[in-house]
Ligand binder design. Structure first.
Ligand code: NAP
Ligand code: GLV
Ligand code: GLV
Length: 320
């Protein structure tokens, strides 16, 4: 029997390609930007398995082209880029990469909290631009992270990682989640709060829900108005969970103090984007899980999911 065919939509760590090559013919899109729609349609037609990225839109048309496609393995924990109900209907397995990226993403979320609160990016540019002429008491003064109140919206795997880090900074941690997490309350000493109360009390509001029809635009004008004037808003989930226009207005009108963003509604974000023009916003190019070790583990997990399904075994981390 001929070997199955696996198409990978971007260069991934060699270890994962080597693993897949033991059981399949593997082809990798070598471009630096996402594979074109037409090439993806053509490849899917030949493929038994697709290893894809969050930048690939795996919609009905793509899935319909996969006449013998068995699995779509997303190299991400979020899977809002994939038409899950349709894949389930067609019996195509979809997998993601939970757990292996939780700590790296929690680190990055905490880094954004510290960076935004202590104006690190602004301070670094200030020095490099030759503006540092004297030390002075309120020069680049920011907000304290230590002992502040943190509100986490979406207390899942990454949310819990952020809460654990916050405890080391003696923070009071509030959370809002679709379902109450009693075990997290006991283990981590976090307090459940309705969304409105969380927004009113938190000095840092961190969003870590997935993007779904329920969470799209969850944080908008009224939510920013409810926040404290000194509040720092952090988004490491998905851009569309937040109404960016409302965030821009809230920052401009000083309804909130600052924002740290790793994700945007439209990625890659243009340098003309209004949010990039504000000094009190720290912006990153969606690097939440971007450590070498974590990205390697994500690629290996995606590969292992594919190998399992090609060998008629259960996938390790199925979404459907
Ligand atoms: P997770 O373990 O599934 O946690 C998500 C949490 O959000 C769950 O506790 C879930 O509650 C809650 N939730 C879902 N819908 C909600 C709603 N409508 N209202 C309130 N809470 C809701 O996922 P995770 O591994 O922590 O990842 C979270 C998200 O982070 C991913 O989906 C992805 O979009 C994003 N992410 C971004 C990066 C990055 O590079 N910036 C990296 C990794 C992940 P239930 O318990 O009720 O399901
Ligand atoms: C990254 O954003 C992920 O969902 O893994
Ligand atoms: C600052 O450097 C201080 O010594 O307080």
């Amino acid at each position: 029997m001929s070997k199955p065919y696996v198409f990978i939509t971007m260069k991934i760590p060699d270890e994962a390609i080597e693993k897949l090559s033991e059981v399949a013919h593997v082809s990798v899109w070598e471009g630096d930007s996402p594979v074109s729609r037409q090439r993806l349609l053509d490849e899917v037609q030949k493929a038994d398995a697709l290893l894809c990225m969050l930048t690939d839109s795996i919609d009905q048309q793509i899935l319909d082209n996969g006449t013998h496609l068995k699995i779509v393995a997303n190299m991400a924990v979020g899977y809002d880029n994939i038409a899950i109900p349709y894949a389930a209907e067609k019996g195509i397995v979809v997998t993601n990469t939970p757990e292996v990226l939780s700590e790296a993403t929690a680190d990055l979320t905490f880094a954004l909290m510290l960076t935004t609160a202590r104006r690190i990016v602004e301070a670094s540019s200030f020095l490099r631009n030759g503006e540092w002429t004297s030390w002075s008491p309120l020069l680049l003064a920011g907000q304290d992270v230590y002992d502040a109140t943190l509100g986490i919206i979406g207390m899942g795997r990454i949310g819990e990682g952020v809460a654990r880090r916050a405890k080391g900074f003696d923070m009071r941690v509030l959370y809002y989640n679709r379902t109450r997490k009693k075990h997290a309350e006991e283990r981590l000493g976090v307090e459940y709060c309705e969304l409105d109360s969380l927004l009113k009390e938190a000095d840092f509001v961190v969003v870590l829900t997935p993007l779904t029809s329920e969470t799209k635009g969850l944080i908008s004008t009224n939510q920013f108005k409810a926040m404290k004037k000194n509040a720092i808003f952090i988004n490491t989930s998905r851009g569309a969970v937040v109404d960016e226009e409302a965030l821009y207005q809230a920052l401009l009108e000083k309804e909130i103090w600052g924002a740290g963003l790793d994700v945007f509604q439209q990625e890659p974000v243009s340098t003309e984007h209004p949010l990039l023009q504000l000094p009190n916003v720290v912006t990153l190019p969606h690097i939440g899980s971007a450590s070498i070790k974590t990205r390697t583990e994500m690629a290996l997990l995606a590969a292992e999911n594919i190998i399992a399904v090609l060998q008629n075994k259960k996938p390790i981390t199925p979404v459907c």
